[in-house]
Design a protein around this ligand. Structure first.
Ligand code: KG4
Ligand code: ZN
Length: 346
């Protein structure tokens, strides 16, 4: 079966087609296209929801058309189901994807599968998984998933497909949001996460001792607004701000965020005796985070397997939405689907 995925929860307009052969447990990504309005948001240092949605209205049909055409000149008739992100996200942006999916579903009589964007980030691991050869390591359940993006920092226990239990999440800012706000303070290009990662390469992660919020709290909650405040306070006291100091602050902030994410995720993995750890979300594209997860698991001599999607699948894309739709295939009548900006884990 072929599934068309549609993703418009934030500033990206994404469409993808996957081809799934359920009995062979084999899924192929036939096309995965992203159109971003990031260049517009770089000018304003953050996303202006109205602008994002207006751009998405322009892009959505051409992106879907191009995606379907890329699959050996297929047409919409070759699509068996449409998986669409229904939330969480920006209401205007979500509406563009959801209303388009509903219209296509009605016009062409295709089943429609509503997908939670946060599940999508977890299922980015299965996009990769599905393309692996038999000899490579496979995801085994139970697993702990860390979803770490611009809007979310959540730890989830996954006992199987469709069997997810939320363990904890951020009480205030998400990790990506903290990077974005601190990046703006340091006058780095938006989004802050990749910019901080880049300048950190020349910085000393031990130069500033920033807090590791809730690292020893004994639960699976996170809090990054205190870290942001600590950086802001330090920043105010600085008389001189050259490239080296910006690199040192960036490296120290990045290290503080990584320490908390790694420690809490490994604690959850131990407590629930999981076999796999899955990372997902834009912040999982951070190379230092990926490396530190790897070395932390190796150093603890644990048999837990770590899975991290390729970087282009960590940030928002429609292949992960199509994949989540395939593994949680519950189609719903198009009239019953609506965008839900506050959607969370069940
Ligand atoms: O998953 P995503 O594309 O969108 C949301 O669902 O939020 O994540 C975007 C977030 C932004 O906050 C961005 O700064 C952060 O992910 N991000 C990174 C990196 N790439 C993106 N953070 C740290 N290092 C990166 N390389
Ligand atoms: Zn996302």
């Amino acid at each position: 079966m072929k599934i068309l995925g549609i993703e418009t929860s934030c500033d990206e307009t994404g469409a993808a087609v996957i081809e799934a052969f359920p009995h062979k447990k084999y899924v192929k990504v036939l096309a995965n296209i992203i159109s971003s309005s990031l260049f517009l948001h770089k000018k304003t240092g953050g996303i202006i929801p109205e602008i994002a949605a207006r751009e998405q209205i322009k892009y959505i049909i051409p992106v879907i058309q191009e995606t379907i055409e890329q699959c050996n000149n297929s047409t919409i008739d070759d699509i068996d189901a449409i998986a669409v992100t229904v939330g969480p996200g920006l209401i205007g942006s979500l509406l563009v994807g959801v209303e388009t999916a509903k219209t296509l579903s009605f016009l062409f009589r295709k089943p429609i599968i509503p997908v939670n964007h946060l599940y999508g980030h977890i299922y980015a691991n299965f996009v990769y998984e599905a393309q692996k050869t038999k000899n490579e390591k496979q995801i085994e359940f139970p697993a702990v998933a860390l979803v770490v993006s611009g809007g979310h920092t959540d730890l989830v226990l996954m006992k199987g497909h469709g069997n997810l239990k939320w363990l904890g999440g951020t009480r205030d800012d998400a990790a990506g949001e903290a990077f974005d706000k601190i990046g703006r303070l340091l006058n780095l290009p938006y989004p802050g996460g990749p910019s901080i990662e880049k300048v950190s390469l020349d910085g000393d992660p031990k130069a500033f001792k920033f807090p590791r919020p809730l690292i020893d709290s004994g639960d699976f909650d996170f809090s990054f607004s205190g870290l942001k405040t600590a950086v802001f306070s330090k920043f105010k006291t600085m008389k001189k701000l050259d490239d080296q100091i910006i690199a040192d602050i960036s490296a120290s902030v990045q290290q503080a965020v990584i320490d908390v994410l790694v420690e809490k995720t490994i604690n959850a993995a131990r407590e629930y005796k999981v076999k796999s750890i899955l990372l997902g979300g834009g912040v999982a594209a951070n190379q230092k985070l990926r490396d530190e997860f790897k070395s932390s698991i190796v150093n603890s001599q644990s048999s837990i397997k770590l899975f991290v999607p390729p970087k282009r699948l960590c940030t928002d894309n429609a292949a992960m939405i199509a994949m989540a739709g395939f593994f949680n295939h519950k189609s719903v009548d198009w009239q019953k689907i609506s965008a839900d900006p506050e959607l969370y884990f069940d």
